[in-house]
Design a protein around this ligand. Structure first.
Ligand code: GLU
Length: 424
């Protein structure tokens, strides 16, 4: 389908999120008033806050929490620590969370947070102080019934534990459901750590099945080897696929016969980076080259704007499964579509994380915990159902999967808004 609504090429994530929304709004013939509501975030908080560093100096950091929409439930979405964090990125990520939660039909709105910082430059103590102070600064917004953060790029289960503890100290009692993605020992959920990667591998398998591709014969390239990329590579390998290349910030690692993913995961666990990893027959490639390697399934699982007009015509994958949020620009999307490359969009492909976050939140509220099998089964059901629903609509209306996913998600949020009415 020609996406005539794309007026100009941009790499501003918020403009991209709005362009994607506009395409769906046009196709849905969405009422002008509803468009005005859903095109912008409902709440935005910017905080500049001091942190005492180990050397005694005081540094001031900037952070954000944006709630795009809370019509279908409490705001939900991760917190990112990265030097490139900015308000438009956080706005986009918050909007994508709204659609993601609506698409898999969990009772949440969308939010995102971020701090402009490279966490690798901080000591553990500095990281803890920064996290606790940021949690205090945004505590007017967050809470189990209001807004529930989770890990994202540069944060992890330990950071979530500190946020939970900080909010709990303020309140004077333990509040497990204020964040998800916590360590198992402090009210985390079994299966949460691998959930995004598990979801990615499930939709990759479903996409392969649809295209008549045997997953056990498939070759896979994964960009990013963090929580999402690492687990995606591992799960696809467990399904029998051959993972020929992965990368992290140190660059790409390629082996045409398949990499030893368990060894790489262990290496990263020990060294925090793939830098220095070696196995016989290994070739080094850049992150750019990695995206252009011939493969059946490409999983961009790092940051935004990786597949753009600059490289979209050189992508040699049959299927792209977006583990990251926003890895493909709208202009690149069109090129991939025209070239017959099957793209499973972020709001569907990486929704396994927030889905198990929802399970964790429910368990925390009830103080009643489920088995890992139960969690994985429920996740599998939701991913398979959501993929089928999006694929059916895409085939029926001859749309890209992204557009079909947006149609389902935006309609759910728009309908909820209409039924609730506009206050006052
Ligand atoms: N940061 C993840 C995402 O982008 C997870 C969000 C969550 O679990 O709330 O989907």
């Amino acid at each position: 389908m020609a996406t005539a609504t794309i007026q100009h090429q941009t790499e501003n994530p918020f403009e991209i999120a709005q362009q994607q929304f506009d395409i769906a709004a046009d196709l849905l013939n969405l009422d002008e008033g509803l468009r005005r509501i859903l095109r912008v975030p409902q709440r935005e908080l910017t905080v500049n806050f001091p942190v005492r560093m180990d050397d005694g100096s005081i540094q001031v950091f900037t952070g954000y929490r944006v709630q795009h929409n809370i019509t279908r439930g409490p705001a939900k979405g991760g917190i990112r620590y990265h030097p490139d964090v900015n308000i438009d990125e956080v706005r986009a990520l918050a909007m994508w969370m709204t659609w993601k939660c609506a698409l898999v039909n969990i009772p949440y709105g969308g939010a995102k947070g971020g701090v402009v910082v490279d966490p690798k430059t901080l000591s553990l103590n500095e990281l803890e102080r920064l996290t606790r102070r940021f949690a205090s600064e945004i505590s007017l917004l967050i809470g189990p019934e209001k807004d529930i953060p989770a890990p994202d790029v540069g944060t992890n289960a330990q950071v979530m534990a500190w946020i939970m503890d900080t909010v709990s100290m303020h309140r004077g009692y333990t509040v497990p459901a204020v964040v998800t993605g916590k360590p198992i020992d402090v009210f985390g959920s079994l299966g949460r750590a691998d959930a995004t990667g598990r979801g990615v591998s499930i939709v990759a398998r479903e996409a392969a099945k649809h295209l008549g591709l045997d997953i056990t014969q498939a070759s896979v390239v994964v960009q990013g080897f963090g929580n999402v990329g690492g687990a995606s590579a591992n799960m696809l390998r467990q399904m029998g696929a051959r993972v020929v290349a992965v990368s992290d910030v140190s660059g790409g690692y390629y082996h045409p016969h398949g990499l030893n993913i368990p060894a790489m995961l262990e290496y990263v666990q020990r060294n925090r980076t793939l830098e220095g990893y070696h196995e016989p027959g290994l070739e080094r490639v850049t992150n750019r080259e990695l995206l252009e390697l011939p493969c059946d399934i490409l999983v961009p699982a790092a940051l935004e704007n990786q597949i753009t007009v600059a490289n979209a015509d050189r992508i040699r994958a049959r299927i792209v499964v977006e583990g990251a949020n926003g890895p493909t620009t709208p202009a690149a999307d069109e090129i991939l579509y025209d070239r017959g490359i099957f793209v499973v969009p972020d709001i569907l492909a990486n929704s396994g994380g927030v889905t198990v976050s929802y399970f964790e939140w429910v368990q925390g509220l009830q103080e009643f915990f489920w088995s890992e099998e139960e969690i994985n089964e429920r996740l599998e059901r939701i991913m398979v159902r959501s993929f089928a629903q999006v694929l059916d609509l895409a085939l029926q209306r001859k749309l890209q999967l992204r557009t079909a996913a947006y149609l389902v998600a935006v309609k759910r949020v728009a309908d909820a808004t209409t039924i609730r009415g506009i206050y006052p």
